[in-house]
Design a protein around this ligand. Structure first.
Ligand SMILES: [Zn+2]
Length: 287
């Protein structure tokens, strides 16, 4: 996981497409800052390295080691930047699809989820919600959870100042509510996962839980993983190796055909091992 210093520079050049939205019509591209060189929290499966139970301890001998089990090695408070959530808080696994809705790919993801009887969470961009209200309606009607992913995927949103941030998040929620009157949007994911505590606090004050992730498919990183089968293989192996009870899994439903292919394989695999849920209405509680 140690990245040589030259690599981030490469990312800057090659990976600007990252989590950044590519919407179909005239939108100023989100200011070109690198999409978080994914601080994806390594989900160490931490079964504590059991200090082998020394079987031959007789009562008569003074114990050789004065400090036996020691208070195990930090139970890791699992939070993301700014105190955002990386886990669901239960054994349930939550699949999240970001940057849509997209008329070309979102319907395929929805079909796959429906065919497998799986509910998920869609972190939608306000502008896309405004442009494709039918897809927002379908996401909702299919029983998935809607999440605010900002109006235009501004990777620097946290630097915009309180009122601009509120306006952005409110506009996005309004676009969702225009499509689904009465919808309650209880989740927010900062573009690129670029949360800080202020941004998390603002989202909380607007009734939204801030969502980070535990498993990052990096399905946008074509520079590193290529396209087609190599990207599909990368996504499948990442999800299969890293998903554990409670994981929040990050993928994208816009302009990522390889993601659709990968999840065609992954959904039955995941379903046979985990309980997959749409994040619960009303948020996760803490934030
Ligand atoms: Zn995104």
């Amino acid at each position: 996981m140690r990245v040589p210093l030259v690599v981030p520079t490469l990312f800057l050049l090659l990976a600007v497409t990252g989590c950044a939205t590519k919407s179909n019509n005239a939108t100023p591209p989100p200011s070109a800052s690198a999409p978080a060189a994914s601080p994806s929290p390594s989900p160490s499966p931490s079964p504590s390295p059991s200090p082998s139970p020394s079987p031959t301890e007789s009562h008569t001998q003074p114990p050789a080691s004065p400090k036996p089990p020691s208070p195990s090695p930090s139970p890791k408070p699992k939070t993301g930047p700014g105190g955002s959530y990386v886990l669901t808080g239960s054994k349930d696994v939550a699949l999240t699809f970001d940057d849509g809705p997209n008329p070309e790919h979102t319907p395929h993801v929805l079909d796959l989820l429906r065919d497998n009887g799986i509910k998920a969470t869609f972190c939608v961009i306000g502008k896309n919600a405004h442009n494709y209200p039918d897809l927002i309606r379908r996401i909702h009607a299919d029983g998935h959870t809607l999440c605010n992913h900002s109006w235009r995927h501004d990777l620097e949103l946290r630097k915009r100042g309180d009122s601009a941030i509120r306006d952005d998040l409110a506009a996005t929620n309004n676009a969702i509510k225009e499509a689904v009157p009465g919808a309650k949007v209880s989740y927010f994911r900062a573009p690129g996962g670029h949360f800080d505590s202020d941004l998390v606090g603002i989202a909380r004050s607007m009734g939204m839980t801030s969502l980070y992730w535990d498993v990052d498919t990096r399905d946008w990183d074509f520079a590193k993983y290529g396209r087609g089968q190599s990207m599909v293989n990368h996504i499948v192996s990442t999800v299969q190796n890293k998903t554990r009870n409670g994981s929040i899994v990050l993928a994208h439903d816009n302009l990522k055909p390889d993601t659709v292919t990968a999840f065609r394989y992954l959904l039955p695999w995941l379903k046979s091992r985990f309980t997959l849920v749409a994040l619960p209405p009303g948020g996760l509680g803490r934030t």
